[in-house]
Design a protein around this ligand. Structure first.
Ligand SMILES: *Cc1c(COP(=O)(O)O)cnc(C)c1O
Length: 490
């Protein structure tokens, strides 16, 4: 069981990423006009090259990222970020794109290529999800959720329906209820049974005040909601809309379309599913797709096409909910995701889902020998374990396990989420980890399980290998020390 990327590197079957072969002119950088150039050299501190190199190398080694090691942070989908997408986004024609660049100029095409990327990405995401149209504007998943709920509100308002409630399952990511609340709705939680929603628990909550339901599928326990079609029918039955939180789309990519499951509004996290870098609040992109009856409400601008075939940013959308972000959205992120989709193609995207699910189930089987599963069934792309027993019997909590893993050279899994699982350890390997990498992760986890029984005290002191040891998390959140010395060197 090698990941698709391992396979392609080894030249076997699998998805081969292209090598960029570009003409030399593509890398030519525009020269700044004389009047805009600096008159005298900038005053910079005089530091020897060796010290500069050592400083930045030291700093880079304090950081942990997907390029350093396995990063099984559940829900976040920290998959490998292929470098050909970076090459593409660095092309001067894209990287130097100014937001105010004329979209079209006599004799030249200027921003036409960028507009074409936005236009084509819309079509690709529609093909993947079954939606009728996408906006590329939202700058993160949570931003997409807010946009999507605003679209839901605009739709009901347009039909003259006063609706006040959005249903959200108790396993939902915290951004779901937050987005619905910010959009002005009352949030009503739906309980889950054995980690999934049951129509019988939903029925008592349904009435004409329900504007819609937000659902993540597979949900945050890594389980596919088996009653999704019935639930969608019930919600539609009270004239509600179904919202799909697409953060876990990598589990069903190319296998099933959210539209076919009954969803009306979808957000995708390009920085998760489509392999663009993220983390630390970095740049993301959360395009939102809708079915036909909601298209008119999408935010401005949208890419339009003139009679002569040229593309333009169209702000003339009378029913639009308006601006949610300026210009082209997070264009660099969209571009990298676009390259990723084209490189993998339909069959490649299908394999992403197959390998994401296979890898998670491999971990499920190996790790459940040491930690009980939150729900004892096969999983999709992530597996949720519980350290509740370990906490009770040995005083070793999910946090202790997470911190100990750092000393073994791995990023910790997500802990204490989803909220309905006590001492949750939520592990998402992603499809880009090879079996060898997964075995190393399992070996480290098994060592921690051994220590839990033989020397639990040692785990409370973890991490020991980092510049700062165990932080008081409450204190760190309430009174953050943001000085670089405080943050990096204790
Ligand atoms: C990550 C995530 C979100 C929010 O996405 P951001 O891009 O981080 O704003 C929403 N729902 C789920 C299930 C997620 O994992």
């Amino acid at each position: 069981m090698r990941s698709i990327f391992e396979q392609s590197r080894a030249g076997r079957r699998g998805v081969a990423f292209p090598r960029l072969e570009l003409p030399a002119e593509a890398w030519e950088v525009a020269v700044l006009p004389e009047g805009l150039r600096r008159a005298a050299p900038a005053e910079l501190p005089e530091v020897a090259e060796v010290d500069v190199v050592r400083h930045f190398t030291r700093l880079s080694r304090l950081n942990f990222g997907v390029d350093v090691g396995t990063y099984p942070l559940g829900s976040c989908t920290m998959k490998y970020n292929p470098k050909f997408s970076e090459d593409l986004a660095r092309l001067p024609g894209f990287a130097g794109l100014h937001p105010l660049l004329p979209q079209l100029r006599r004799g030249g095409l200027l921003a036409q290529g960028a507009l074409q990327v936005l236009h084509d990405m819309d079509l690709l995401l529609c093909a993947i999800t079954g939606m009728a149209a996408f906006t590329m504007q939202p700058l993160a998943g949570a931003h997409g959720e807010l946009t999507g709920i605003m679209l839901m509100a605009a739709y009901h308002r347009d039909r003259g329906n006063a609706k006040s409630v959005v249903l959200v399952p108790d396993s939902a990511h915290g951004t779901n209820p937050a987005s619905a609340a910010i959009a002005g709705y009352k949030v009503v939680p739906v309980p889950s049974r054995q980690g999934v929603m049951h129509p019988d628990d939903l029925k008592p909550l349904l009435n004409q005040s329900v504007a819609g339901m937000m659902m993540t599928n597979p949900n945050t326990l890594g389980l596919f909601e088996p009653h999704v079609k019935t639930i969608a029918d019930l919600v539609h039955g009270v004239d509600g809309l179904m919202y799909y939180d697409g953060a876990n789309l990598n589990a069903i990519l190319g296998q099933v379309k959210p539209a076919d499951l009954g969803f009306d509004i979808v957000h995708l996290n390009l920085h998760k599913t489509f392999g663009t870098p993220h983390g630390g609040g970095g740049p993301g992109s959360g395009p939102v797709g809708v079915v036909e009856k909601l298209v008119d409400f999408l935010p401005v601008s949208r890419v339009g096409r003139r009679a002569d075939g040229t593309l333009f940013l169209d702000y003339d959308q009378p029913k639009s909910i308006g601006y949610i972000a300026p210009f082209y959205g997070n264009f660099g992120v969209i571009l990298k995701a676009y390259a990723y989709i084209l490189a993998l193609g339909g069959p490649g995207l299908k394999r992403v889902a197959e390998h994401a699910v296979l890898n998670a189930n491999y971990l499920r089987v190996r790790l459940s020998a040491r930690w009980p599963l939150a729900v004892d069934t096969p999983c999709m792309h992530e597996v949720v374990l519980s350290a509740a027993e370990s906490a009770q019997r040995h005083g070793v909590s999910a946090l202790d396990v997470a911190k100990a893993l750092i000393d073994f050279g791995f990023h910790p899994p997500t802990v204490y989420f989803p909220l309905i699982v006590k001492e949750a350890l939520m592990v998402e390997p992603t499809e880009t980890e090879s079996k060898e990498n997964l075995d190393e992760l399992v070996a480290a986890m098994e060592r921690i399980a051994d220590l839990t029984e033989s020397d639990p005290e040692s785990l409370h002191a973890a991490p020991r290998t980092t510049p700062v040891g165990r932080l008081n998390e409450v204190e760190a959140a309430r009174k953050p020390d943001l000085s670089y010395r405080g943050a990096c060197f204790g």
